[in-house]
Each structure stands twice: as C-alpha cells, then as structure tokens.
Write a protein that binds this ligand. Structure first.
Ligand code: IDP
Ligand code: MG
Length: 142
C-alpha cells in the first residue's frame, strides 16, 4: 500500500453543526493524518472553480450556493491508500445509500448537504490539493 494524500472538505452543514472535531477524530482514528488544514469561506468563483466538472449538472447552482453559505474546513489527509480510504470512511454521496457507520450515514442530511468531500482519484487529489494549498503549506507525517 502506498502512502497517498487526498483533499478533504468539511462542508458548511458539518461546520454549522459543530462536527469538525468528530470528523477529524474519525480520520485520525482511521490512520488518516491531517497534514494541512484551514478554514475558508469560499467565494462563488472559488466554489464554481472547485466543482467545475459538475458545471453542466442540474444541481450545480444549488451546490455552489450551499458550498458558499458559510465557512468550510479544507484539509489534506495523508496515509496508506488515503484516497480510497477517505471515500470509504465518507460513504456514498447519498446518505440513504451510505454504509452504516460512514460519516455521511452518520451526519449527512441529504444528497447535497452531505457533510464531507473527498477526492476521487490520484489525479483529482493532486489537482484539488493544489487548488487550496501551496507545497510549503503541506507537511509530511508519514
Ligand atoms: P461525491 O462528493 O460523493 O464525489 P459527486 O457526484 O462528485 O459526489 O457530487 C459532488 C457533490 O455534489 C456531492 O457531494 C453533493 O454535495 C452534490 N450532489 C451530487 N449529486 C447531487 C444531486 O443529485 N442533487 C443535489 N446535489 C448533489
Ligand atoms: Mg466527487
């Protein structure tokens, strides 16, 4: 298993409901260590840029509105197989389809307000980390 880095976001619904501690604790317990972290209130432009691959989807405007509603926590997680492990810990996009015990099954209120984001491939992880952090802002704990 290779040590990887992935981008994680605690979305506005998670921050608003005081779930930062619970979400970060879960990642740490599962062997995914935060190696960069900050809070940011995304502008419309920043949210649109981040979700550019979904620009043609019917839910795009609503998603951008949700993601800019209040601050989010952006972080880089490092660990063995971090990209896939993070997706497993998050659970399916729709919390009704998410496995028991996953973050989305535990905390998400719907398919849009689903509490956490996680990169879905090595290419997107590299791109998404770069979107929020410069090289000197990311540490290594492996
Ligand atoms: P993912 O976050 O599990 O990778 P994506 O398909 O990449 O899911 O969608 C990005 C985000 O867009 C989701 O996490 C969710 O917030 C929102 N989203 C996805 N599908 C829908 C939908 O059908 N209606 C409303 N929002 C959606
Ligand atoms: Mg996705």
């Amino acid at each position: 298993m290779a040590v990887e880095r992935t981008l994680s976001i605690i979305k506005p619904d998670g921050v608003e409901r005081n779930l930062i501690g619970k979400v970060v604790a879960r990642f740490e317990e599962e062997g995914l260590a935060p190696v960069a972290m900050r809070m940011v209130h995304l502008s419309k432009k920043e949210a649109e840029g981040f979700y550019a691959v979904h620009a043609e989807r019917p839910f795009f405007d609503s998603l951008v509105q949700f993601m800019t509603r209040s601050p989010v926590v952006v972080m880089v997680l490092e660990g063995d197989d971090a990209i896939a492990r993070n997706r497993e810990i998050m659970g399916a996009t729709n919390p009704e389809e998410a496995d028991e015990g996953t973050l989305r099954a535990l905390y998400a209120s719907g398919i849009e307000e689903n509490t956490v984001h996680g990169s879905d491939s090595p290419e997107n992880a590299a791109k998404e980390i770069k979107y929020f952090f410069s090289d000197v802002q990311v540490f290594s704990r492996a």
